[in-house]
Design a protein around this ligand. Structure first.
Ligand SMILES: [Zn+2]
Length: 183
């Protein structure tokens, strides 16, 4: 069985000695495989005799679909690939948005996000923060006990504004928002 993924992070693994010799030799791989790439895979189609050239050092020269900027090591790219697999392709964009916000919780001393904390704080993908706020108000019974004829006077704007201070709100790239609680 294969699972269709659309957000799989990728890494461009390249050969350092070839690069030093003025040749860009490398391949795009799923990030999760980046640390296990072999000389044969890297040099496929390059025509380089990598055994004779002594090609042993490989580096990550580009990435796609990672929440970080700059080039990670191949090991770091592979860790991101594992995180993608753990959190799932559907939730990966939300996790990336959380990391890019800078307001995310890290795993131990690393810069990688804590997935248990992500699961705890992720409140979903919404059209707007207001939509989320109204749904939350329903859930917690915010206006329960307030007479119906007074509910129209409730200051939604002020309440939503205050609520937003306790949340990380990031664009989802499709006009909506990823919403995460701040701990
Ligand atoms: Zn090489």
């Amino acid at each position: 069985m294969t699972t269709v993924t659309v957000n799989t992070p990728r890494a461009f693994a390249a050969c350092e000695s070839c690069y030093a010799a003025g040749r860009l030799v490398g391949v795009w791989v799923d990030a999760v495989d980046a640390a296990d790439i072999t000389p044969a895979q890297i040099h496929v189609d390059s025509g380089v005799d990598f055994t004779a050239e002594g090609c042993e050092e490989f580096v990550c020269m580009d990435t796609d679909g990672l929440p970080t900027t700059g080039e990670p090591s191949l090991e770091e790219a592979a860790r991101w690939g594992e995180i993608h697999a753990e959190v799932g392709d559907d939730r990966w964009p939300a996790l990336c948005a959380w990391v890019r916000s800078g307001a995310y919780i890290t795993e131990g001393d690393s810069d990688f996000p804590s997935l248990s904390d992500f699961e705890e704080v992720y409140a979903g993908n919404w059209e707007s923060f207001r939509e989320y706020a109204e749904d939350l108000a329903d859930d917690i019974g915010l206006l329960d006990g307030m007479p119906d004829h007074l509910q129209g006077y409730f200051d939604w704007e002020a309440w939503t504004r205050d609520l937003a201070f306790d949340h990380v709100i990031e664009p989802d790239g499709h006009g909506g928002k990823f919403i995460l609680r701040s701990l």
